[in-house]
Design a protein around this ligand. Structure first.
Ligand SMILES: O=C(CO)[C@@H](O)[C@H](O)COP(=O)(O)O
Ligand SMILES: [Fe+2]
Length: 222
């Protein structure tokens, strides 16, 4: 199984973001996780599409995974596609028309996904399986980095993997976001996840390579 490690730039050194992103990619990360917060859908405010295009202009070529915690979502989907996002995920509660928002992402050539909060049930996926490249299981309530992993996410990941297989979507990327660390990444992967967002665990360390390597060695044990 190919495992994807996606550091969240929410915990990066924002005063030297381009260099910090280059360093984390050089240290072995696969994808840049880009948390977009609007102080409306979530009680925090971060960065918009200009920062995403600035990273592209700075030479960042790795996939950029835009996690939209905003409402409404549709206008920003176009802006992030233009800014160079590779995948765009949003929260079902934040869109009036989930199917339309997913179609919009696909029509702009990006991978599309829904991000499910800890208390959001999986049945929101029932009629959109064919439009999903990925589903994000939030293992914290969205809005902040540095929170603790909510253990009930493990059961939800297993149920999602089973539902994906049942719906003919063995290829679904299951991304887990919140509180992921070297000491829990193994059980998260065993439950069925294959993409791991980690903000504070990676950027909070003074040795990115060491943390990413220890995550990979935990994944190799599965
Ligand atoms: O989307 C979010 C929070 O809303 C995340 O992407 C966090 O930024 C992950 O940070 P850590 O929990 O790994 O510190
Ligand atoms: Fe995120």
């Amino acid at each position: 199984m190919k495992y994807i490690i996606a550091p969240s730039i929410l915990s990066a050194d924002l005063a030297r973001l381009g260099d910090d992103v280059k360093e984390v990619l050089d240290a072995g990360a696969d994808v840049v996780h880009f948390d977009v917060m609007d102080n409306h859908y979530v009680p925090n405010l971060t960065f918009g599409p200009q920062i995403c295009s600035a990273l592209r202009k700075y030479g960042i070529e790795a996939p950029i995974d835009a996690h939209l915690m905003v409402t409404p979502v549709d206008d920003l989907i176009g802006s992030f596609a233009d800014a160079g996002a590779t995948s765009i995920t949003f929260h079902p509660e934040a869109s009036k028309h989930i199917d339309r928002s997913l179609q919009l992402i696909k029509s702009r050539g990006c991978k599309a996904g829904l991000a499910l909060n800890p208390a959001t049930p999986l049945n929101v996926l029932d009629y959109v399986w064919d439009k999903l490249d990925m589903v994000v299981i939030m293992s914290v309530n969205p809005g902040f980095g540095g929170q603790s992993f909510i253990p009930s996410a493990l059961k939800k990941i297993s149920a999602l993997r089973a539902a994906a297989v049942k719906n003919g979507r063995d290829d679904l990327i299951i991304e887990v976001d919140g509180g992921v660390k070297p000491n829990n990444i193994g059980e998260i992967a065993s439950a069925g996840a294959n993409m791991f967002v980690a903000g504070s665990a990676i950027f909070g360390s003074d040795d990115y390579r060491k943390v990413i390597s220890s995550m990979r060695s935990e994944l190799e044990k599965i």
